[in-house]
Ligand binder design. Structure first.
Ligand SMILES: N[C@@H](CCC[C@H](N)C(=O)O)C(=O)O
Length: 294
């Protein structure tokens, strides 16, 4: 049966979005996602995201397959795209209108509570077109990352690791998904394609890891390049940008409100002192819609 999709991007981190409101099982398999994400033989994307029915009182559930078919717990740029997609679906902008509700017109929603593998995430569509996301509280214990770089109940802050014949000092943060952050002098000099996979598959990370390379320009402005678990080099990573600011605060290099410049653009990140929650603000845009025929 043909499956309608919409392609969205957030800072060049791009996704195939599928309206899965009718079922709690994704409409395509991880293997199909791998084919569809292929940039030469498919639609081309860093992942496939499904808008499933909500659970435990949430509005929707998000599931995502990386371009290698693995399923991460969360995706920051993806959830901004999902919020826009849901709003577009509800306002019938991208698919034919549903019959009108008996109760008459409904004000379009600007806030969604979304169930994810990292807990409930709240998105807010702002009037300037940006999407602000309450990304929850970062987890810092080694067992929560998970990593063997410290005792299970200890934090991993500025810990040495040998990767690609070099010693790196890393800080690890879970935003629901694992992140390993390292601060470098010049982010453009990092051989991402060589070093990234060696971090991702290092035995210190039993569930593999995303890796962020950070150059501090000022305490409130950093440059970042990322190697994503299951997707490789991408133009941006929302959970990675949040994890990078947390790491920056922990090692005394960043302010709690820091702008993160990625190859695809800038994300505004704030780690609130009192609540400990992280807020991420950035764009999400519809690129095109289409239909998968088989
Ligand atoms: N690009 C995403 C992260 C997607 C998941 C990641 N590849 C993983 O496997 O954890 C983001 O914007 O957060």
């Amino acid at each position: 049966m043909p499956i309608e999709f919409a392609k969205y991007q957030g800072l060049g981190n791009d996704f195939i979005l599928i309206d899965n409101r009718h079922s709690s099982e994704p409409a395509i398999t991880p293997e199909q996602a791998v084919d569809l994400c292929d940039r030469h033989f498919g639609i081309g994307a860093d992942g496939a995201i499904f808008a499933l029915p909500g659970q435990n009182g949430t509005d929707y559930t998000m599931r995502i397959f990386n371009s290698d078919g693995s399923e991460p717990e969360m995706c920051g740029n993806g959830i901004r795209c999902l919020a826009k997609f849901i709003a577009d679906l509800e306002s019938s902008e991208i698919h034919p209108p549903q019959p009108p509700q008996a109760s008459g017109g409904i004000e379009s929603k600007t806030e969604y509570r979304i169930h994810t593998g990292a807990g409930v995430i709240v998105t807010e569509l702002r009037s300037d077109g940006q999407v602000k996301v309450d990304m929850g509280v970062p987890r810092l214990l080694a067992a929560e990352i998970p990593t063997t770089l410290a005792a299970p109940d200890a934090k991993v802050i500025d810990v040495p690791i040998e990767v690609a014949d070099k010693s790196w000092s890393v800080t690890c943060v879970s935003m629901g998904n694992p992140h390993c952050i390292t601060f470098v002098e010049d982010v453009s000099a990092v051989a991402l394609e060589t070093v990234g996979p060696q971090f991702e598959n290092n035995k210190a990370f039993p569930q593999r890891t995303n890796t962020e390379f950070i150059q501090v320009v000022r305490s409130d402005y950093v440059k970042m390049r990322v190697w994503e678990r299951g997707a490789g080099v991408t133009l941006a990573c929302g959970t990675g940008a949040c994890a990078a600011v947390v790491a920056g605060v922990l090692v005394g290099k960043c302010d709690r409100a820091t702008a993160v410049e990625l190859p695809g653009g800038v994300l505004e990140i704030e780690w609130a002192e009192v609540s400990g929650r992280i807020y991420m603000t950035g764009p999400a845009q519809l690129v095109f819609t289409g239909c998968i025929s088989n």
